[in-house]
Every structure is written in structure tokens, then in C-alpha cells.
Ligand binder design. Structure first.
Ligand code: CU
Length: 175
């Protein structure tokens, strides 16, 4: 019932704009079916893709991406805390529900000095800001940018162009 009403609306909108607007038919249809975030019955819009992985080293007070194969979808995050003192990894603005939560708040992982933390985060393609959310740590330098690629082909192209720090040996061993 709901679906067919939307269909009628889409058809009506298409008739209204036919011949007098540069809006393509597909765009009109997409607009009519749009589901405002937070509306009852609407599913969250989540990233769909093969996913991938990224690995950080972190310390007082810095991040270094040591290996990245981050493709949109569910991304496995590993962070080696190579110094003393607790640090964590938070991806600002990542999809709700992708965090571990608990004592680390919005961080996807946390690790004490000398330890390695792991977690997962769902990310759309693009440039994401990564911080440590311990008060004062971001300002002290714990902020970096993570690039998430739309497809594995895009990631491969970036690797070939030398734009990422991906570990080729590990990639080849996996395939
Ligand atoms: Cu920190």
C-alpha cells in the first residue's frame, strides 16, 4: 500500500517535470522514495561493500597508518600502542552502531601501553578523521586521516600509484 502510493507520487512528479526540466527520470524516482533519517519504519542507511582493514601504530601523541586496505563496508581496525599509557581510536562521524562502546565511549578500540586493540567500524567511501578521544590527546597531535575506497579496484589503483602504505606481501598472501 505504502509502496504503491509512493509509486503514484513518483509517476505524478515525473509527469509534472516531463518536457520542462533537466531532472532525469531516475532522480525524480529516487527523491520520491527518500526516507528521512529517524522516521519510523526507516532503516538506517549503512555502507554496503566488501569492507577491508586498516592498521595503526600509536603513541604519545601520534598516529601512523602502517597498513591500509580500507574499502567501504565493515572495516577491521587494529592499533598497536607502541608506547606507555592508554590510547584509543575513534572515527569521527562513523555510522551509528559501528562502535564497541563500553568504557571506551565512541572509540572502536582502546589499548593500554604496549598492547594491541582491535575492533570494527562501518564506513562509507571518503576521507575520515581519526582521533584519540582521551581529553587533550587530539589537541596534542592524535589526529590523522583515513581514506576509504569505494571499490577494491579503486584501492588497487591507489596502491599502484603509491598513494597508500599498504603491505603488499600481506595482500598477496591473502589472495
Ligand atoms: Cu591518546
Amino acid at each position: 500500500m505504502r509502496r504503491s502510493l509512493l509509486g503514484l507520487l513518483a509517476a505524478g512528479a515525473a509527469l509534472l517535470v516531463a518536457g520542462c526540466s533537466p531532472i532525469p527520470d531516475g532522480a525524480v524516482e529516487a527523491q520520491a522514495l527518500e526516507c528521512p533519517p529517524g522516521e519510523e519504519g526507516c532503516d538506517d542507511i549503512r555502507p554496503i561493500g566488501p569492507g577491508g582493514s586498516v592498521e595503526f601504530d600509536m603513541g604519545n601523541f601520534w598516529f601512523e597508518i602502517t597498513d591500509t586496505a580500507a574499502v567501504t563496508g565493515e572495516i577491521e581496525v587494529t592499533a598497536n600502542n607502541v608506547e606507555d599509557g592508554y590510547h584509543n581510536v575513534e572515527v569521527l562521524g562513523a555510522a551509528a552502531g559501528s562502535f564497541m562502546g563500553g568504557p571506551d565511549g565512541d572509540a572502536i578500540l582502546g589499548a593500554d601501553g604496549g598492547e594491541t586493540g582491535t575492533g570494527e567500524v562501518e564506513l562509507f567511501p571518503g576521507e575520515w578523521t581519526v582521533i584519540c578521544n582521551v581529553p587533550g590527546h587530539r589537541a596534542a597531535g592524535m589526529e590523522t586521516t583515513l581514506t576509504v575506497y569505494a571499490t577494491e579496484d579503486e584501492l588497487e589503483a591507489a596502491i599502484e600509484a603509491g598513494e597508500t602504505d599498504v603491505d603488499r606481501d600481506e595482500e598477496l598472501a591473502r589472495s
